[in-house]
Design a protein around this ligand. Sequence first.
Ligand SMILES: C[S@@+](CC[C@H](N)C(=O)[O-])C[C@H]1O[C@@H](n2cnc3c(N)ncnc32)[C@H](O)[C@@H]1O
Length: 181
Amino acid sequence: MGSHICPWWLAYTFDNRFRNFFHNPEKMLGSYVTEGMTVLDIGCGLGFFSIGLAKLVGEKGCVIASDVQSKMLSILYKRAKKAGVSNKIRIHKSEPDKLGVETAVDFILAFWMVHEVPDTNILFRQLRSCLKPNGRILIAEPKFHVSLKHFQEILVSAKESGLNLCETPSIRFSRSVVLKI
Ligand SMILES: C[S@@+](CC[C@H](N)C(=O)[O-])C[C@H]1O[C@@H](n2cnc3c(N)ncnc32)[C@H](O)[C@@H]1O
């Protein structure tokens, strides 16, 4: 793995029991994700949001939890089982430059992951191609790692890949946007 990738053990510093107070999935994502949706959590890490999303999509929905690190995915699976939502989560191992998701999705979450990707144009083109026509993508980047200038460069890359700014939600410790086709 590249040195810019967050190692699995470091993810516990932010993905812990206190996180619900500042990144509550229901409050943060409830207006974008409804029952029955198929959603993609790209760069899902230890699965904090995948589990929250699984509760939002309900019995008929599905969450594709995708990451480049197998260790993240195996911990996520154990946590999802414990939370009783493993039947709604499809674990997917992606490659740094190859998403490999063929399913059309209603919503994509890319939380604190885009800055770890070597080529954002490739990522955004692949995300766009699996997004349904009315679908939306929420991108949040950590303020402590990603400067405003860097975030603006990320948005230029998204725009060049055919993704347009739709909203700028307020998310703690993050620079965030919602994009659509
Ligand atoms: C800082 S962690 C954030 C994890 C999770 N989204 C969260 O907020 O708890 C970034 C994650 O993105 C993953 N990642 C990095 N590059 C990726 C890529 N090209 N495709 C999929 N996942 C990637 C890393 O393995 C890591 O698990």
